[in-house]
Design a binder for this molecule. Structure first.
Ligand code: DHB
Ligand code: FE
Length: 283
């Protein structure tokens, strides 16, 4: 039987990937961030998930504004880093698990989540940076990713975005689908994006540590309160791209109501983003 063994969450700033790929993680600007990632990497190493579900938003690589699925699930045998303008990242391809993906898709549709099915999908920083944060190392350290992956996309780009409550329910539906998978598999779910940040407009550079701290606390002890926050309020309080935090709620929804936070790290800033990370197991 498959089971979800942990949920982990992290920001997905592109320059975090650049810092890994160019070997500058120990530079003074980056060192505090990467030092903070070490316990999370150790946690994931010990956990050794067979399958990792990565909940992320495509930022215009595969999904452009003319066609935007609210939710999508990858069903490919392999996913490669796409070219977001600087060339594909120098990382190995990610192995998929089509059997598990189709099982997820069937069970999500049966639970009234009518997801888009991606039989081909290249992945952007929203996916690759969290994978590097939790599984990667210095440039070139990873020859092969130690887990199979399933990308799940969430629209956080084009209005209207799915509600936070809907994202949490998607996580609950993913949990039921995983529990119903007949083969043995240890599954980790990753929620990506956030925390507070805004990339454009008059408030570019906006960050809100107090909001983020409250969010981190409620992820543990009152996630339902976070599902009641409207996307407009997420954007006002955490910056426009801070609304990416709804993807953390997909991961949280896949866990028990009671969780234990194994590790948390928060660092202001990585690029324009207040970079948060947390690891949770069922209590
Ligand atoms: C940055 C953050 C993001 O979430 C993103 O998708 C792109 C850039 C940044 O802070 O640079
Ligand atoms: Fe983003």
């Amino acid at each position: 039987m498959a089971q979800i063994v942990a949920a982990v969450t992290t920001s997905h700033v592109p320059s975090i990937g650049m810092a890994i790929d160019t070997g500058i993680t120990q530079d003074p600007y980056w060192k505090p961030l990467f030092d903070g990632y070490l316990p999370a990497k150790e946690f994931v190493k010990q956990l050794a998930p067979d399958i990792t579900i990565v909940v992320y938003n495509d930022h215009g690589l595969e999904v452009f504004l003319d066609r935007v699925p609210t939710f999508g699930v990858g069903a490919a045998a392999e996913y490669r880093s796409g070219d977001e303008g600087w060339g594909p990242r120098p990382i190995p391809p990610f192995k998929g698990d089509p059997d598990f993906s189709w099982h997820l898709i069937e069970h999500l549709v049966a639970q009234e989540f009518d997801v888009t099915m991606f039989q081909e999908l290249s992945v952007d920083h929203g996916f690759t940076v969290p994978m590097s944060v939790f599984f990667g190392g210095a440039a070139g350290e990873v020859d092969e990713w130690p887990t199979r992956v399933v990308p799940i996309t969430v629209n956080t780009i084009q209005f209207p975005l799915p509600l936070a409550a809907r994202c949490f329910k998607l996580g609950q539906a993913i949990r039921r689908a995983v529990d119903a998978y007949p083969k043995d598999a240890r599954v980790m779910i990753v929620g990506t994006g956030g925390m507070s940040h805004q990339l454009q407009g008059e408030r570019a550079g906006f960050m809100q540590p107090e909001f983020d701290r409250q969010f981190l606390k409620k992820m543990v002890d009152d996630p339902i309160a976070l599902t009641r926050i409207s996307n407009g309020v997420y954007m006002k309080e955490a910056g426009h791209e801070g609304a990416e935090l709804i993807m953390w709620l997909v991961a949280r929804g896949a866990m028990n109501m009671q969780v234990r936070e194994v590790y948390q790290h928060y660092h202001v800033s990585a690029s324009l983003t207040a970079a948060g990370l947390a690891c949770y197991v069922d209590a």
